[in-house]
Design a binder for this molecule. Structure first.
Ligand SMILES: Cc1cc2nc3c(=O)[nH]c(=O)nc-3n(C[C@H](O)[C@H](O)[C@H](O)COP(=O)(O)OP(=O)(O)OC[C@H]3O[C@@H](n4cnc5c(N)ncnc54)[C@H](O)[C@@H]3O)c2cc1C
Length: 332
């Protein structure tokens, strides 16, 4: 099996790398220190198609496939872990379930502006008492006419403090357990919805990872994705593509860390030599470089999942390229 990138994929990689080096990397340190959500960078990434990489152009996406998605997330994460996580959540945890399970009307409202990067989305499954065991979630929704009334708290929601809409997993029929779980899109400003405390983390500080609190929150029934009771299936299948994004983030972050360590070791002097000349440092650098290099292709291999579109490039994306690169773009 040939795991080499195609010419188109290499061009995509170069383009995203140029964007990441010029727009993402210069802000990474400041973002991590201040914890500010990188809204401006998010918008610029949207203009380049990175907020909806693997979705059809008609739905606001760039028209690529999931391999392109892993390439882009690797390159962004190489320069800034927070921005990589935010784009990964936007693509795979928010846009993907709306693309796969939403109606045409829902896609117009809840996918198109999000895939274009005009709006920010997030995914709310976890609760303070329901993490790995997500089927035990306690947030409840009671239907009253054309609305659901929601009560409960979600925890650790990436982009939660910045999002325009959240896919929230609630139980509409608690006696049925996981078969009662339903997915609802809840928009910022919905009555009874507020962002709770920001979660304290050891790194990736700029992701607005927050608690979300629902107190008699009213949501129209038309915001339901899929049928009542289908939410658990939607949530778990969404995590499948989420894992591809997490793999790509890990590879990109490891590559970025290796490059920073190599650079530092060549500048830092001890006993009259750059420390990169010392054997113990060379062993550590060698260990760092084998990790990401071993993992890159397996992550793209996972991206060749069933149902993944296989075309290599999107014509909408070509139009977004700077002139210098557009001339070199050859659609497959
Ligand atoms: C940075 C960050 C961002 C996140 N973003 C989101 C988000 O956007 N949306 C969202 O919904 N959630 C999000 N989460 C939550 C994440 O999905 C949960 O952390 C995850 O599901 C694990 O749950 P938990 O932390 O409660 O750990 P627990 O479920 O309490 O697990 C604790 C430990 O027990 C182990 N364990 C659990 N079950 C078993 C088992 N059956 N057998 C053996 N060992 C087991 C686990 O491996 C782990 O080591 C985020 C979390 C973090 C840290």
């Amino acid at each position: 099996m040939n795991l080499e990138l195609t010419e188109e994929q290499k061009l995509l990689q170069r383009t995203v790398r140029e964007f990441a080096e010029s727009e993402v990397k210069p802000l990474a340190k400041e973002l991590d220190e201040t914890g500010h959500f990188p809204l401006e960078t998010f918008r610029k990434a949207g203009e380049l198609g990175l907020t909806g990489i693997a979705f059809p152009e008609a739905e606001g996406g760039a028209g690529f496939d999931h391999i392109a998605y892993t390439i882009a997330i690797e390159e962004i994460s190489r320069c800034c872990a927070s921005t990589g996580v935010i784009l990964s959540v936007q693509n795979s945890l928010y846009c993907d379930p709306v693309h796969r399970f939403g109606t045409e009307e829902q896609k117009k409202k809840f996918l198109l502006p999000f895939a274009r990067g005009e709006k920010i989305g997030c995914y709310a499954l976890t609760e303070p008492q329901a993490g790995s065991n997500a089927a035990a979630l306690q947030t409840k929704a009671v239907r009253k006419g054309n609305t659901y009334v929601i009560n409960g708290t979600k925890a650790w929601i990436t982009s939660g403090g910045a999002a325009d809409a959240t896919i929230v997993y609630v139980n509409t029929d608690p006696p049925k357990g996981e078969k009662g779980i339903t997915a609802l899109v809840i928009e910022k400003g919905a009555p009874g919805f507020r962002v709770g405390k920001e979660e304290k983390k050891l790194g990736i500080h700029a992701t607005a990872c927050c608690e979300l609190v629902f107190t008699d929150c009213e949501v129209p029934v038309v915001n339901r994705i899929g049928n009542e009771g289908e939410g658990y299936k939607i949530a778990l299948s969404t995590l499948d593509s989420g894992r591809i994004g997490i793999g790509a983030q890990a590879v990109g972050i490891a590559q970025g860390a290796f490059e920073a360590a190599l650079d530092y070791s060549q500048q830092r002097m001890a006993f009259g030599h750059p420390i990169s000349q010392f054997q113990a440092i060379q062993f550590m650098l060698a260990d760092m470089t084998t990790g990401p290099r071993r993992s890159t292709r397996p992550v793209s291999l996972c991206a060749r999942r069933p149902g993944s579109r296989t075309r290599a490039c999107g014509s909408a994306w070509r139009r977004r390229l700077p002139n210098s690169l557009r001339a070199r773009w050859r659609p497959a």
